[in-house]
Design a protein around this ligand. Structure first.
Ligand SMILES: O=C(O)CCC(=O)C(=O)O
Ligand SMILES: [Fe+2]
Length: 505
């Protein structure tokens, strides 16, 4: 069942990184009291260090796709399909040889119109998507994605280099045919599991024009996969030459669209890419061998931040708004964000790798803020001895709130659980910590610990709540949604972290 969450106000955290006028002083201050205006003010220095991390993070270009071609042979280009759902009559196409347009028109006759997911339903809207599809129950392709070796390339290009035992499970999803006028407007691919990270499309060699796939990164950069050209090189000339299919894999939360097919037919297979069940966690402290200059700069800027005695002298946390979105199960039970920590994508994985190398403990968390939800004053006492406090939290699990009437109690209680962190005044992130000497075991049971959080890269938003109006996917699935999350890197007190920061491994 879909949780009722639409009633929750969406807060913006634009002011989250605003620096206060009073801040803690250097390590000789035990952090118990804010400094006054007469004491040295290091806020500009800290601001600059944070700015440098944010800027170098923006400069890092991490891969969100990979692509190529694959030469078909006699036994890998065949496609059998049932002519109708209730018919035993089958059609046969061999893409290793030239395929005539009328054969593809026959295939289209066997297909259904492709729908797409909008909110909670599959809709047929030809202005948004015009294409045909066959479900996997209706066709059999000779092409074997595992034997092709293609997943090994995807593994090398899109999975974190420090997670060598992570395997890819590719699930065949649909056969699609795009004919003249077909297209698919901008969308994200619907998440179908918390293990799903990517999409793979293979395009068979057929003569067609248009139907290119454009991907748009979060940073606004776009890249076009001209599949029509990649397969054209050998669809027109020598009938005997080996024929290549074109393939592309990308993170499925990347916005993408298929341009209008101008002529001919574009036949594709789509796969959903998952982390295989037995995937092992990330290896700690593995150092990148081939960091790009931008990656090295990011590492250096984080190092400079940690090496400053003015930055979180008694410890705290660095917060990084993640660049990618991650699928979360739609459930009335709490869903743990922690497994995502070992499955970060691209640039997000890089940030974690750098923090790991400086000995910072990293966790993916959801950012929730109750400070503006409720009218009553914060710090209300409730059952037991727990102090329930309104404010911004880094939660280890999703917070499910039931009926609107109980938002307040449910949210505040759930957020004040042990394992969560309460951000010390998010609008004054440099305030000294309440606890002078934070214990190492910050995730131990008990009420949420207050912690000073510096935002190295801004949080995009609070944990995204499912919003049907915004959810456009390739076929709807009620079970999952994409969430905006944050990476929290726990920063030990200045003296304790110095050894690791000095270590330039
Ligand atoms: O065919 C393509 O290139 C992409 C198709 C697509 O985005 C989808 O099926 O979700
Ligand atoms: Fe898609």
């Amino acid at each position: 069942m879909m949780p009722e969450r639409e009633g929750l106000p969406q807060l913006t955290l634009n002011t989250l990184c605003t620096l206060p006028t009073t801040i803690m002083s250097s390590s000789d201050n035990d952090g118990a009291t804010p400094t006054t205006a007469s004491e040295p003010d290091h806020s500009d220095a800290i601001k600059e260090l944070l700015q440098c991390v944010a800027e170098s993070n923006e400069e890092v270009v991490s891969r969100n796709n990979c692509s190529g071609t694959y030469a078909l042979s006699e036994s890998t280009g065949g496609l059998a399909y049932r002519k109708a759902a209730d018919s035993v009559n089958a059609g046969w196409l061999d893409f290793a040889k030239p395929v005539e347009e009328h054969e593809l028109a026959e295939l289209v006759k066997a297909c259904d119109q492709a729908t797409f997911g909008r909110g909670n339903e599959d809709v047929l809207d030809l202005s948004y998507r015009q294409a045909w599809k066959l479900d996997t129950s209706r066709f059999l392709a000779q092409f074997d994605v595992v034997k092709s070796g293609l997943l090994d390339v995807v593994h090398d290009e899109l999975l974190p280099p420090d997670n060598t035992s992570l395997k890819i499970d590719a699930q065949l999803y649909k056969l699609n045919v795009y004919g003249p006028g077909s297209h698919f407007k901008s969308h994200l691919d619907t998440p179908r599991s918390d293990k799903m990270f990517g999409s793979l499309v293979i395009i068979f060699p057929t003569v067609h024009a248009g139907g290119d796939l454009t991907l748009r990164s979060q940073e606004g950069a776009s890249w076009t996969f001209e599949s029509s050209k990649l397969v054209a090189s050998n669809t027109t000339d020598n009938a005997e030459a080996p024929r290549n299919l074109a393939w592309v894999a990308f993170y499925s939360d990347i916005e993408h669209e298929v341009s209008v097919v101008e002529s001919g037919y574009r036949v594709s297979l789509t796969y959903n890419l998952y982390y295989a069940e037995d995937s092992a966690p990330t290896l700690p402290n593995l150092v990148m061998q081939s960091a790009t200059p931008e990656e090295a700069k990011l590492r250096n800027s984080i190092k400079n931040l940690l090496a400053s005695p003015f930055v979180l002298p008694s410890g705290g946390a660095l917060g990084f708004g993640l660049s990618y979105k991650y699928p979360i199960g739609m459930s009335t039970d709490d869903v743990d964000f922690e497994p995502i920590t070992g499955h970060l994508k691209g640039k997000d994985a890089l940030v974690k790798r750098i923090c790991d190398s400086f000995g910072l403990e990293c966790h993916v968390r959801g950012l929730y803020d109750t400070s503006n939800y409720f009218e009553h004053e914060s710090d209300s006492e409730s059952e037991g001895d727990e102090l329930l406090t309104n404010g911004a939290y880094l939660a280890e699990k999703t917070i499910y709130v039931g009926a609107p009437s109980s938002y307040e109690d449910d949210m505040v209680k759930a957020l004040n659980r042990g394992g969560n962190l309460r951000i010390l005044d998010p609008f004054m992130p440099l305030q000294p910590q309440i606890d002078r000497k934070p214990e190492c075991d910050w995730w131990a049971k008990g009420p949420a610990r207050p912690v000073a959080v510096l935002w190295a890269t801004p949080a995009n938003s609070l944990v995204a709540v499912p919003s049907p109006a915004l959810a456009y996917g390739n076929e709807h699935d009620v079970g999952w949604y994409y969430a905006d999350l944050v990476l929290v890197a726990l920063v030990p007190p200045y003296e304790e972290r110095l050894a690791n920061v000095g270590n330039d491994a």
